[in-house]
Design a protein around this ligand. Structure first.
Ligand SMILES: CC(C)CCC[C@@H](C)[C@H]1CC[C@H]2[C@@H]3CC=C4C[C@@H](O)CC[C@]4(C)[C@H]3CC[C@]12C
Length: 485
């Protein structure tokens, strides 16, 4: 165990070597069982105790390794006297990342489809989609945490909003466009991998001017994922819990989410999410629909965007599909002449009081070849494990999960084996922390709320230190340390 800035950094072992990353090589399974934690916000690294044997499954799912080198340029990082690395300094020092244009071609023929009912029947009564063990055939090579990062595709809207006057209508409209844009990516109908407790996912995106960090912070009583993204002049936070219900033909998702953008001039915006319904899950063509009303509130300005997703009815024409509309209110009165309209999978326009109309947001063009998993160019980069990243990620990062990686490489049989092992390991860990006196402490976020339910305020708060640890080469240093032993 090493100490950095008074924070504990844990002994962790890489799951994939940089040579294996993304280069399409077959991942071999190692028979060696590790005692050290591989994934999770681990409180202990005493390998000899039962406590220390966290994540047995990760351990047994460990892939053969070769030496990884840290590729991060720590020498260029400037840290302030308190050791913090503000976004502006980080952006100056963070090297550009390569971004791939396509997923690797699959190495095995796709497995035959299995009956959807076998999945649904498990879900009935569980109330949470992220609790259902899902065969890999139903999954796409992304985890829940990476799916949260999809929402950042149009982060430019927040940059634009940061540049306009605080508490202005303009700013409210831009943040609303960002909120709507978050729905546009997910038209795919595959399930992402359930995040494991303690799993993290980061995205360093200097080209778009932001950094993103997320962690699955709670499993009981409900699954909670926590996100923090920082850009120039803004921070975006999300904490969510997803409740599901099966209606007989559809699966309905009722997210309890607290989303917030805080600008550095002290102006904040908060909103929730609409209901999502996954229609025709048993027969017919499966498709997604978002429905219901939600509000985006300017906390200081008092301006509220009242948005509505229109559900398609039997009679509604095709042109009404995916429609979204809204008005802006202040003190309960709608502002005259201001209207928002568009489609959540395409664009959002604003009609303004002077009679003009403005395009606030439009989707990016689709990938050149969307044949594998139909991912957009933005999404297909999220699980990319470049050599640059392989040397610096903490071992809790989703990109190092062998099950997700194998599925991405189209090594379906191995993906299934790894997936089973990881789910078993997770079940053991959950059983262990359910014992009296045992708890799970998230690594990068700390609990500030009491009751375990998301309400008006966040239950978890960022502890700080992730990017600083990364810049100091702490995650890579751990790897080196283990290699020496
Ligand atoms: C058999 C069925 C249930 C499988 C369904 C798989 C797909 C369609 C499901 C699994 C997880 C789901 C996502 C989970 C969470 C959210 C956040 C919410 O605010 C918008 C919808 C969105 C983004 C969901 C879209 C649909 C989704 C991708």
């Amino acid at each position: 165990m090493a100490c950095l800035d008074n924070r504990i950094v844990f002994n962790e072992q890489p799951l994939l070597s940089k040579e294996q990353s993304g280069q399409g090589q077959v991942i071999q399974q190692s028979a060696e069982i590790m005692d050290e934690p591989l994934i999770g916000a681990f409180r202990c690294s005493d390998a000899s105790t039962e406590q220390g044997c966290l994540e047995e499954a990760h351990a047994s799912a460990k892939c053969s390794m070769t030496t990884g080198q840290a590729h991060h340029r720590t020498d260029q990082m400037t840290t302030t006297s308190s050791g913090a690395l503000p976004i502006e300094d980080w952006l100056k020092a963070e090297p550009a990342h390569q971004r791939r244009e396509a997923l690797p071609p699959p190495q095995q023929p796709a497995p035959t489809a299995i009956n959807m009912w076998s999945l649904i029947k498990d879900m009935v009564g569980k109330g949470e989609l992220s609790r259902v063990a899902t065969p890999v055939q139903f999954l796409e090579p992304l985890s829940e945490l990476q799916q949260r990062c999809e929402d950042m595709e149009f982060s430019e809207l927040l940059d634009q909003a940061a540049a306009v006057e605080r508490c202005s209508l303009e700013r409210l409209l831009l943040v609303t466009a960002f909120a709507v844009s978050a729905y546009s990516g997910v038209k795919r109908t595959c399930k992402p991998f359930n995040a494991l407790l303690g799993e993290t996912y980061e995205l360093a995106c200097p080209e778009k001017g932001f950094r993103f960090i997320s962690e699955k912070v709670q499993h009981e009583p409900t699954t909670i994922n926590r996100v923090l993204a920082e850009g120039r002049g803004w921070t975006f936070e999300l904490e969510d819990e997803l409740h599901t219900r099966f209606t007989g033909t559809a699966v309905e998702l009722a997210p309890i989410v607290l989303l917030q953008v805080a600008f550095s001039d002290g102006d904040t915006y908060r909103w929730g999410k609409a209901m999502t319904s996954i229609n025709n899950v048993i027969v017919g063509r499966i498709h997604l629909e978002h429905k219901g009303s939600w509000r985006l509130r300017g906390v200081q300005s008092g301006l509220i965007a009242c948005m509505k997703f229109h559900a398609a009815t039997m009679l509604s024409s095709k042109s009404k599909l995916h429609e979204v509309s809204g008005v802006v209110e202040k003190d309960g009165v709608a502002l005259k002449g201001v209207k928002l309209r568009g489609k959540w999978d395409r664009e959002l326009h604003a009609d303004l009081p002077d009679g003009s109309s403005r395009l606030l947001w439009r989707v990016n063009p689709p990938a050149a070849d969307p044949s594998r998993y139909c991912m957009t160019p933005w999404v297909l980069r999220l699980n990319d494990l470049t050599p640059q990243l392989a040397g610096r990620l903490p071992h809790t990062d989703t990109r190092l999960r062998p099950d997700v990686r194998c599925l991405e490489l189209g090594i379906y049989d191995q993906a299934a084996v790894h997936h089973k092992q990881m789910e078993e390991g997770q079940a053991k860990k959950l059983a262990r922390i359910a014992k009296p006196g045992a708890t799970h402490e998230p690594r990068w976020f700390e609990r500030v709320g009491g009751c375990g339910k998301i309400g008006e305020e966040y239950l978890f708060r960022y502890r700080g230190g992730y990017w600083e640890a990364c810049a100091a080469g702490a995650f890579a240093a751990q790897e080196t340390q283990i290699e020496r032993e």
